[in-house]
Design a binder for this molecule. Structure first.
Ligand code: ATP
Ligand code: LTN
Length: 333
């Protein structure tokens, strides 16, 4: 069933790792959609700290970043009265279900196909088993809450497809338990590319900060990054993904921040060069960052902890119910 035609308010689940500074790609690819969805759906947004520890984290920094991801959600416009926000590690059913799925549904042949693991493990001397198993924990996150829809950036589509496969395989073997979730990706912002290289996605784990605009960058720093962002040959402002990937990427960012369509942007900048367009883009980014950061800095750690506590209390019974059903099916009760 299409999640939009589900008669009951459909359930939406997504998450972000507290593993680094969040950037415009995270906002435009994921958070912006979440904010729109919270009005119509039962939304649950998680801070996936157990995913973050699949690579080494400095403990003090991790504690800080968990709170900062929540502040990012709030500043983006997620409202705790409309959507539930919680921390993954607070609900032990996530890791329990992940273990069960490891045994009862996931196969090495599934995980061997995951491109993110290949990318993230390439050229690393030491790679944790957790990094390999990461998509199974993500499947557990989603399946615990009878999720209809999972709004994510394009890089996560393969993981949601795996979630569907695991759910179907479990249901076939043990009887109907899991709902089969659908992936939702933003029409335009699903893959924001790096400012320093339009062939690679904007990523917080990029080698250089020139790759991304962090949501916590000062407007001055962001303006500098935009000024230095790579452009294509020629000088025309034209949306041509194949021949002008760098300008196309900047146009998408501008369009999503201002609600001006790509066609209109092309029209508005006819006869003007990259410099003029970059100046306006920097203005739009500045406006966004200033508003975002005022909100981001307005929440205290205590407020954030309260939100996480209430969130966990709300989702715990749902997660425990699903886990109980699963255990019963397996004969573990
Ligand atoms: P990164 O590669 O930056 O370390 P990630 O994808 O590994 O990020 P998260 O930070 O947890 O991990 O991603 C949060 C959300 O942001 C996900 O839905 C992801 O698909 C989305 N996202 C990440 N980068 C981009 C991008 N460049 N464009 C659009 N969406 C993105
Ligand atoms: N793997 C995701 C984060 C994530 C997630 C989830 C997203 C963990 N569990 C469940 C959606 C639903 C990423 O963005 N890197």
């Amino acid at each position: 069933m299409d999640y939009k035609t589900n008669k009951n308010k459909p359930a939406v689940f997504s998450g972000v790792q507290p593993s680094g500074v969040l950037h415009l790609g995270n906002y435009l690819g994921a958070l912006k959609q979440w904010v729109e969805m919270q009005e119509q759906y039962n939304c649950i947004f998680c801070v996936v700290d157990y995913h973050a520890i699949t690579v080494k984290q400095e403990p003090k920094q991790l504690s800080r970043r968990i709170l900062d991801v929540v502040r990012t959600y709030l500043a983006a416009g997620i409202h705790p009265a409309k959507a539930v926000i919680f921390q993954q590690s607070a609900i032990s059913a996530h890791t329990e279900l992940a273990w069960i799925l490891n045994c009862a549904a996931a196969r090495l042949s599934d995980l061997n196909k995951m491109t993110q693991f290949k990318d993230k493990s390439a050229k690393k001397e030491s790679v944790s088993v957790g990094l390999y198993d990461y998509p199974v924990l993500m499947a557990a996150d989603i399946l615990l809450y009878n999720t209809d829809a999972v709004p994510v950036g394009e890089d996560q589509v393969q993981h949601v497809e795996l979630t569907r496969t695991l759910a179907q395989r479990f249901n076939r073997q043990y009887g109907q338990v899991f709902k089969i979730p659908e992936v939702v990706i933003s029409e335009q912002g699903a893959r924001i590319m790096g400012l320093d290289d339009p062939a690679k996605k904007m990523s917080k784990s990029a080698a250089s900060p020139a790759n991304y605009i962090a949501l916590t960058d000062t407007p001055e720093v962001a303006t500098k990054k935009i000024r230095r962002a790579v452009t294509d040959s020629g000088s025309e402002i034209k949306y041509d993904l194949k021949n002008k990937p760098a300008i196309a990427n900047l146009m998408v960012i501008y369009s999503l921040l201002t609600n001006i369509s790509l066609k209109e942007i092309e029209k508005n900048y006819q006869g003007q060069g990259y410099g003029e367009f970059k100046k306006d883009l920097a203005e739009a980014v500045k406006k966004f960052l200033v508003e975002f950061q005022i909100k981001y800095n307005s929440f205290t750690d205590d407020e954030v902890r309260q939100i996480l506590k209430h969130g966990a209390e709300k989702v715990r019974p749902l997660a425990e119910e699903t886990l109980k059903t699963v255990k019963n099916k397996l004969g573990i009760n």
